[in-house]
Design a protein around this ligand. Sequence first.
Ligand code: URA
Length: 246
Amino acid sequence: MGKNLINTNIQSLRLLKEAGVTDNLNEFPINRFNIKESFKNEDIENNSQTMNLKTEQQLLKIQDLKELQRFINNFKGCALYKEANNVVFSDGNPNSKIMLIGEAPGHDEDIEGKPFVGRSGKLLDKMLNAIDLDREKVYIANIIPWRPPANRKPTENEIEICLPLIHKHIELINPKVLLLLGSTSTYALLKDKTPITKIRGRWFTLNINGKNIQAMPTFHPAFLLRQQKQKKYVWEDLQNIRDSIK
Ligand code: URA
């Protein structure tokens, strides 16, 4: 293949990525009814199991992050792991007073095995910089550690299964404050379905495995990429978060 053609192909791939394309489609249709391993939407609920009592008891006994990471790497209770390339465990400083919680990894995160490395991650970095913070100074995890296929929203069932995992994660990090990024992490942890536009910027006390932690919901960076005018509210929330750790 000539150099020019390679460059043109690279440019088209970049363009597709910018436009938000995350998956390749073949030229011909695939009969997914014949593919056993294919991850059909209707399988999600059936495939997902609950976390059984024995597994939950093992989880409760975990004492450190390495052990938790190993546990999640081996956890087969949520069918999402089957399609994911990587477990996306966390990024940042485990000694931070601030823990950020997103929804679930997307395409880029799934490839790199790190949360918030795609477009919304770049915006998140800018948001943190605006209050003199960066990834070395905060800790970042997601409600769901595996990418849902085609970046769909995690189901309620998947969220319920993964909830004890993020509870344990928060318990081990023991942050002073939690910043809940978007409605999925807000709903999962606060159990409050008030629209994010109404609930953001308010402080809540969350009881995580017996310990009270202050939590604030704010808009998800992916939402801000679409709704630039909402950035001013997040700026207020971030200032509050920064002041809360002084
Ligand atoms: N969105 C999330 O909620 N988490 C990520 O890690 C990436 C995008």
